[in-house]
Design a protein. Structure first.
Lengths: 452, 477
C-alpha cells in the first residue's frame, strides 16, 4: 500500500494487484514535522507516520488487547498507542514523557493486528517507535539484559553463577534497575535431557530432503529437549537436519528497539543458512521476525527468499505428512489443551496446524482453552521489564488453563513455555507445560522423557 | 472552577482512588474523540469508576465545582457523542464490565454499562439465548453506549433496536442522584422513562447498569450473498422483498467501494463485474426459513442477480458476517480517514438516493463507499479522505450535509442509529421546527436542567456551546 504516490488505492492482498480508485483524488500527504536531531532518519519517521495513518480509530482492537482489558485505560490500548505515536511524530506530544511509558507497557503480542479490519501493521509501528525511543535515550540495563539473554555462552555462565545466589527469583536489585518493580520471574533453569529410545531408521520413511533448524540463543541453552523432539519429528516425515554453526536471529532486539543488531545478526544467519532448503523454527518469536526479514533486511540480497523458506515447525510438519505418521503412533491417553503463542497466532497467523496435529494424537482428549490467543505476559523479556502486568496476565492464563481440566498444555514458544510452567509450579504442579514438539514426539515414544 | 488540569486530577483522586484518574498530555490526547474524528477536544481528566456509587461521587463533585462531564464507553461512536465538548471530566465505564445477575427463567440479565455487547450473548449462548441488538461494533461497543445511542445493527429489521430490548436502568442523574427506572419485568405502569433515556446520548445522565431482554437463538438460519451488476438492480430487489411482505432477519447492501476493501481484508470473493451485493439472512423455524429464502431468491433472480451464494455452514456464515460487520473498519486500507454518515430514507427511494450520493461524491471529489441496512432504508455513505488536508475535511463536512438534507427532502431522517452527537447537531432544524426543538428541550429538562452533563449534544444553540465550538470544529489531525 503506498499512499504517498498521491493516488488513493491499495494492493489486493490476494492477487498483489494494485487497485486505484476511479476518482482523481488528491491525497498527497503534506509536510511532516520531524525532529532533526534524532538519529532515526526522517525517512523512518515518515514510514512510522504512514503506518499510523491506516488507523481510522474504529476501536475494534480494544477488547483484543491484554493491557487494555487489564487496565481499562485507552492510553494502554492499540488505538491509543497508535494515536500517541502519530501525535509524537507530528510534534504534538513528547516521545519520552508522553509516549515511552505506554509503548513500554505494550507486550508486542500483536493480537490487535488480528482484530484490525484495516490491516494496520501495529508490530512495525511498535518496533519503529521503540527504535526511536532507544536511540534518543538508550537504556543500558535493558541492552545488557538483551545481550545476556541472546548470547548462549554468557547465558550459560550467568545460569551457573545464578546457582550460587540465594532464592529462585532473579535478584531484586537487578529487577529494580530494569523495571523499578519487584521481580516476578524465576531464574531460568535449563531442561534436563532424558535419553529417548533410538530411532530405528529401517522403520522410518526414507530421507527425502534436508532442512535447517534454528537453534536460537536462549532456546538452545534452556530447551535442548524441544530441539531433540523437533529433529526426531522431522526425521519421521523424511527430513534430516543439516547442522550448521549459527547465531541469534535478532528477534528480541527487533522487539526492543535495537533493529540495527537484528540487521547484523540476521545477515550472519543468512550466510550460515545459505543453501536453498527450508529453515525450520520452533520458537514463535524467532520465526515471526525471520519471516519479516524481507522488510527488516530489505537491502540484503536473498532476505525475502530466506523469509519465504522459513517455516514454523508445526506448519512444516503439518504440511509434510506428520498427520499421517501420527495415525500410526501409539498415542497418549491424556487430556490436553493448547495455548497460542502470540507470535505464532498473531505474528504468523498459525492457529489451526498445531491444534490439528495435537488432535491427531491417538487416544488424546483435546479441550479448547478460553482466551487461548491472549498473551500470557511472558513476551520475550517483558516479564523481566514489566513484572506486575506480566504477573496479572499469567495468573489469568493459568486460571483459564485450570478451567479446562487438562493435565497438559502445549505451546510453541520458549517464553510462554517457561512463564506458564513457573505459574503451574507455583499452583501445585497439577498441570504440565510442554512445547508442541515435545507433545507430538511423546505420541510416538511416551510422555516419560518429557515430564521433568 | 479549578485552575489547572493537574489540580483537578488531584482533587478527583481523593474523590475516588489515585489509580482511577488519568491525566496529563497523553490521556488528554487519547480521549479527545471517538470514531468520529473530525471534531476533537481535550478533557481535563479521565476517571475510571468501578461502581454506580463511584459515578455518583464524581458527578456530585463535578456539580460542586462547576466542571462539565461526559460519559464514555468504548469510544466507537460515529457522531462524536462522547466528545468532551466543553472539556472537563470524561467518565469511562470500562472498569464496570460485570454481569451481575442472569435470570434464565425470565430470560433477562443485569449487567454493568461498560461490558461489550457481544459478551452478553457469549454469556448465555450455552442456554440457547442471546442479546438481539447487534451493532457492527458489538465485539467492543458497550451496552451503556448502545443504550445512549439506541444502537441498531443488521438484525434490527426483524428484531428491533436497543430500546426494545432494555427492561430497566440504573443511572446517575446530572446532579449525582442514583435513579432506578423500569425493572426486570416488562410493562411497568406509569410513564416510560426508560424509553426516553435510551437514545438520549448521555445528555440525561449516566447509565451504569441495565436489565436487558434475552431472546432464544433462532432454530434455523439461512444466509445468502447475492451479487449484482449494478446498484439499481440490488435496490429494486430490496424494495420488492419488503413489498411482498417478507421480513428477513437482515437485508444488507454493499457497493463496489466497500467490496474492494473487504476483499482485501477478508478475502471475500465475488464474480467479475459485481458492483453491488446484498447479504440476506432469514431465521426462525426451519420450514419457514426455507420458504422465505426460496421466495427471496426468486426476487433476486427476477432482478438480475449475477450469482446467489448460500452459506453452507456456520463457518461460512460467520465469514460473510465478518466481512459485513468489519467492512467500515476495513476502509483504513483505502484512506487515512473516514466519516460514516447515517441517513434514513423510504426504501422505495434507495436507487434515487444512491445516485445522488455518487453525484455528491463526484462533485466534491471525495471517495465514497456504501455499506448499509438496505432493508431499513438506513444509509451509511462512508466518505474516505486524507484528514491532513483541511480542504478535504471541509468538503467531507459539506458533502455530508448535502446528503443528509436530501434524505430529509425524500421524507427520511438525519439519523438512523448513530445518533446526533456533535456531528449533526446543526442539522436538527432540517427536521424540526423551533417549537419541536423547544418541546424536546423541555423533555430533556426533566432530567437535565443544567449545562454540565454532556453539553452541546443533540440540541443546537445551547448556552455557551457556540463560543466553544470554534475550539473543536474541524480540529482533525
Amino acid at each position: 500500500m503506498d499512499r504517498r504516490s498521491g493516488v488513493i488505492g491499495y494492493v489486493d492482498d490476494r492477487t498483489g494487484e494494485r487497485l486505484n480508485f476511479t476518482l482523481p483524488l488528491s491525497t498527497r500527504i503534506g509536510p511532516v514535522m520531524v525532529e532533526t536531531v534524532s538519529r532515526v532518519s526522517a525517512q523512518n519517521m515518515n514510514d512510522i507516520l504512514e503506518l499510523t495513518t491506516h488507523c481510522i480509530r474504529c476501536g475494534f482492537c480494544l477488547e483484543s488487547c491484554p493491557t487494555f482489558v487489564t487496565t481499562a485505560n485507552e492510553i494502554e490500548s492499540p488505538r491509543g498507542r497508535i494515536y500517541l505515536v502519530r501525535s509524537a511524530v507530528e510534534g504534538l506530544l513528547d516521545w519520552q514523557k508522553d509516549v515511552r511509558p505506554h509503548i513500554e507497557l505494550c507486550l508486542g503480542c500483536r493480537a490487535c493486528e488480528t482484530a484490525c479490519p484495516s490491516g494496520v501493521e501495529y508490530g512495525r509501528i511498535l518496533e519503529g517507535a521503540k527504535e526511536k525511543l532507544e536511540q534518543d535515550r538508550p537504556q543500558f540495563s535493558k541492552l545488557a539484559l538483551l545481550n545476556a539473554t541472546t548470547r548462549p555462552s554468557t547465558l550459560k555462565a550467568q545460569l551457573a553463577m545464578g546457582k550460587l545466589l540465594p532464592g529462585k527469583r532473579i535478584p531484586t536489585p537487578i529487577s529494580m534497575l530494569l523495571s523499578k518493580q519487584k521481580p516476578e520471574v524465576d531464574q531460568p533453569t535449563p531442561q534436563k535431557l532424558s535419553p529417548l529410545p533410538p530411532l530405528i531408521h529401517s522403520q522410518l520413511k526414507p530421507v527425502q530432503g534436508q532442512v535447517y533448524l534454528l537453534e536460537g540463543c536462549a532456546m538452545r541453552v534452556l530447551f535442548p529437549r524441544v530441539h531433540e523432539a523437533t529433529r526426531r519429528l522431522l526425521r519421521r516425515i523424511g527430513y534430516e537436519v543439516l547442522e550448521t554453526a549459527q547465531g541469534c536471529c535478532g528477534a528480541m532486539h527487533a522487539h526492543n528497539g535495537y533493529i540495527d543488531t537484528t540487521k547484523s545478526v540476521g545477515r550472519e544467519l543468512l550466510i550460515a543458512m545459505s543453501r536453498e532448503i527450508p529453515v525450520i523454527v520452533n520458537s514463535a518469536g524467532c520465526g515471526s521476525t525471520m519471516k519479516d526479514y524481507g522488510n527488516i533486511l530489505e537491502d540484503t540480497a536473498g532476505a525475502t527468499k530466506f523469509a519465504k523458506r522459513t517455516f514454523d515447525a508445526s506448519e512444516f510438519l503439518f504440511a509434510n505428512g506428520l498427520m499421517e505418521e501420527l495415525a500410526s503412533a501409539s498415542g497418549l491417553p491424556v487430556t490436553a489443551t493448547y495455548h497460542d503463542a502470540c507470535h505464532l497466532a498473531h505474528g504468523q497467523k498459525i492457529t489451526s496446524q498445531p491444534r490439528e496435529l495435537i488432535q491427531a494424537i491417538p487416544r488424546l482428549t483435546y479441550v479448547p482453552l478460553q482466551e487461548a490467543d491472549m498473551c500470557c505476559g511472558s513476551a520475550g523479556v517483558y516479564n523481566v521489564l514489566q513484572p506486575k502486568m506480566a504477573r496479572s496476565l499469567v495468573e489469568r492464563k493459568y486460571a483459564n488453563i485450570e478451567e479446562t481440566g487438562a493435565r497438559i498444555v502445549a505451546t510453541g514458544n520458549p517464553g510462554c513455555h517457561a512463564w506458564i510452567a513457573q505459574a503451574a509450579q507455583e499452583h501445585g504442579k497439577k498441570i504440565s507445560v510442554l512445547h508442541t514438539m515435545e507433545l507430538l514426539e511423546a505420541a510416538f515414544c511416551g510422555l516419560e522423557p518429557f515430564m521433568n | 472552577m479549578l485552575s489547572s488540569h493537574a489540580e483537578l486530577a488531584k482533587a478527583l483522586q481523593s474523590v475516588l482512588t489515585p489509580d482511577a484518574v488519568l491525566s496529563g498530555d497523553a490521556a488528554e490526547r487519547a480521549y479527545d474523540c471517538d470514531a468520529y474524528t473530525v471534531d476533537r477536544n481535550n478533557p481535563s481528566a479521565v476517571v475510571l469508576p468501578r461502581s454506580t456509587e463511584d459515578v455518583a461521587k464524581v458527578v456530585r463533585w463535578c456539580n460542586k465545582n462547576d466542571v462539565p462531564f461526559t460519559a464514555r464507553g468504548a469510544g466507537t461512536g460515529l457522531s462524536g457523542g462522547v466528545l468532551p465538548a466543553m472539556g472537563g471530566v470524561v467518565l469511562s465505564t470500562k472498569r464496570m464490565t460485570k454481569i451481575l445477575e442472569i435470570d434464565y427463567d425470565n430470560r433477562c440479565l443485569l449487567a454493568q454499562a461498560g461490558i461489550p455487547n457481544k459478551r452478553l450473548s457469549d454469556a448465555v449462548k450455552d442456554r440457547g439465548l442471546y442479546f438481539a441488538p447487534d451493532p457492527s461494533s458489538q465485539s467492543v461497543s458497550t451496552i451503556g453506549g448502545n443504550i445512549g445511542e439506541n444502537a441498531g445493527g443488521p438484525h434490527t429489521l426483524k428484531y428491533g433496536v436497543t430500546v426494545q430490548h432494555i427492561l430497566g436502568l440504573t443511572m446517575v442523574d446530572p446532579l449525582g442522584e442514583i435513579l432506578h427506572l423500569g425493572g426486570k419485568l416488562p410493562g411497568a405502569p406509569g410513564y416510560d422513562f426508560v424509553g426516553i433515556v435510551v437514545g438520549s446520548e448521555g445528555t440525561m445522565g449516566i447509565v451504569t447498569e441495565a436489565w436487558v431482554k434475552l431472546c432464544p437463538i433462532p432454530k434455523a438460519v439461512a444466509t445468502a450473498l447475492i451479487s449484482y451488476r449494478n446498484v439499481a438492480d440490488a435496490c429494486r430487489t430490496v424494495a420488492e422483498i419488503i413489498a411482498q411482505g417478507t421480513i428477513p432477519a437482515a437485508l444488507e447492501m454493499m457497493d463496489h467501494g466497500i467490496l474492494r476493501a473487504v476483499r482485501a481484508a477478508f478475502g471475500l470473493e465475488y464474480p467479475e463485474g459485481t458492483l453491488a451485493m446484498l447479504l440476506i439472512e432469514c431465521d426462525g423455524e426451519p420450514d419457514r426459513v426455507a420458504h422465505e429464502m426460496e421466495s427471496v431468491q426468486k426476487v433476486c433472480k427476477k432482478n438480475g442477480a449475477l450469482q446467489i451464494r448460500l452459506a453452507e455452514d456456520e463457518a461460512e456464515r460467520a465469514k460473510l458476517w465478518t466481512a459485513r460487520k468489519k467492512g467500515i473498519g476495513a476502509m483504513g486500507r483505502i484512506a487515512p480517514s473516514i466519516v460514516t454518515h447515517d441517513g434514513v430514507i423510504p426504501r422505495s427511494k434507495l436507487p434515487e438516493m444512491l445516485e445522488f450520493v455518487y453525484d455528491v461524491s463526484w462533485r466534491y471529489q471525495i471517495g465514497v463507499a456504501n455499506l448499509f441496512h438496505a432493508g431499513d432504508g438506513n444509509l451509511h455513505p462512508c466518505f474516505y479522505f486524507n484528514d491532513r488536508d483541511p480542504e478535504q475535511v471541509k468538503s467531507v463536512v459539506a458533502a455530508g450535509e448535502e446528503i443528509i438534507r436530501r434524505c430529509v427532502e425524500l421524507g427520511g431522517s438525519v439519523s438512523g442509529e448513530h445518533g446526533i452527537g456533535i456531528e449533526k447537531v446543526d442539522l436538527m432544524p432540517l427536521m424540526f421546527t423551533p417549537e419541536d426543538m423547544e418541546f424536546q428541550a423541555t423533555a430533556k429538562r426533566i432530567f437535565n436542567d443544567g449545562s454540565l452533563c454532556n453539553p452541546c449534544k443533540v440540541l443546537p444553540s445551547q448556552k455557551g456551546c457556540v463560543e466553544h465550538r470554534r475550539r473543536w470544529r474541524g480540529t482533525a489531525w
